[in-house]
Design a protein around this ligand. Structure first.
Ligand SMILES: Cc1ncc(COP(=O)(O)O)c(C=O)c1O
Length: 350
């Protein structure tokens, strides 16, 4: 506290990221990072971009926008890039989600959303997931200025079919629908193909998960041109160079290495299915995940206690002290070896 604080600072409750332990030897399954690492081509591209460090990077990151546009079959003008999808989301909140009527998002969802609302003074309402922790689009039929949904949802991992997204976007022609597809590549249906038909749809994705580049900080949004222009206006009033030249070079190489993307993504999906089976055999209820994490609770054990016991033994998972989900653990899908070590440990604790 200080008398120099702007008034908004007193009201902020910042997002709390998952722990990044300093010690080695820990099995880190708490922040949904990709255990296989980025394509070797990314490392080579970053190394060869170092001779440009003297110069400011391209403020629009045109080469990256063009690469993303070609990969997802849209025009480069429909792509906006930022310093992680968190920054893309932040600009979305400020540029597109601040109106008189409330913004709607699920009660159980990415916990950064209410933080951005606090920062930008945005009214919001939380729409409860149903008893099975699913999004019911009928529950979003209420007065609002916009709707924000992660697909698959986090931390549940449950996906929403593209048909449901299309129904929602069609039902709300005068409201913006933002779909946060941070985890979409692990088995959910992307709604990118709907963007051309709907001027009220914005899709946000990241290279942090399926391209294993959480440390490089690259995310993007795809939507029709007026939405992208709003994001560019905010970005250009905040930081002209959100992506440095190494991030641009690395991200371009990552998007181009389709083989690495497919292979590592398929391995994570296979590991997830094995993990779900093993957890179920140990008496966990596991929600049906199409993400690179699973959300599971044990029928007899308290979530906080299990998370603490795992931590003491060198395995980090994420636990949220929040009504409805306090007994769940969110477990990132690791390598084959990490998953089997987790299962061996969980078996000894239960
Ligand atoms: C649902 C969701 N959206 C967005 C993000 C932000 O990802 P990043 O800023 O690394 O792109 C995360 C991170 O975990 C997430 O879970």
């Amino acid at each position: 506290m200080s008398r120099f604080w702007s008034s908004v600072v007193h009201t902020l409750s910042p997002y709390v990221p998952g722990e990044q332990p300093k010690l080695g030897g820990i099995i880190k399954l708490n922040t949904n990072e990709n255990p296989y690492g980025p394509s070797p081509r990314v490392l080579a591209a970053i190394a060869s971009a170092t001779d440009r460090l003297r110069l400011y990077p391209d403020p629009r990151a045109s080469s990256l926008c063009e690469t993303i546009a070609a990969r997802y079959d849209v025009a480069p003008e429909q792509v906006f890039v930022g310093n992680g999808s968190d920054e893309v989301l932040a600009h979305t909140f400020q540029a597109l989600l601040k109106h008189d009527a409330p913004l709607l998002f699920p009660d159980i969802t990415y916990s950064f959303y209410p933080v951005y609302c606090g920062l930008y003074g945005i009214r919001y309402e939380e729409v409860p997931l149903d008893a099975a922790m699913r999004v019911q689009i009928a529950d979003f039929r209420r007065p609002c200025s916009a709707i924000l949904l992660p697909n698959p949802n986090a931390p549940t991992g449950i996906g929403l079919p593209r048909e449901a997204v299309e129904a929602l976007v069609a039902e709300h022609p005068d409201q913006l629908l933002v779909i946060d597809e941070a985890y979409v590549d692990f088995g959910a249906e992307s709604s990118l193909s709907l963007v051309g038909r709907h001027d009220n749809l914005l899709i946000v994705q990241t290279l942090s998960k399926s391209r294993a580049l959480a440390g490089l900080r690259v995310g993007f949004a795809i939507g029709q041109r007026p939405l992208i222009e709003a994001l560019e206006r905010v970005k250009g009033s905040f930081n002209s160079y959100p992506l440095d030249c190494l991030a641009i070079a690395g991200a371009v190489a990552a998007i181009r290495d389709e083989a690495w993307f497919q292979e590592t993504r398929d391995r994570i999906i296979a590991n997830r299915e094995a993990l779900v089976r093993a957890l179920s055999e140990l008496g966990f209820e596991v929600l049906p995940s199409v993400a690179n994490f699973v959300f599971a609770r044990h029928r007899r054990r308290r979530g906080a206690h299990l998370a603490a016991q795992l931590r003491e033994r060198g395995v980090l998972v994420r636990h949220f002290q929040k009504p409805r989900i306090e007994d769940f653990l969110r477990i990132t899908v690791g390598t084959e070896d990490q998953c089997s070590r987790l299962i061996t440990l969980a078996r000894s604790l239960i």
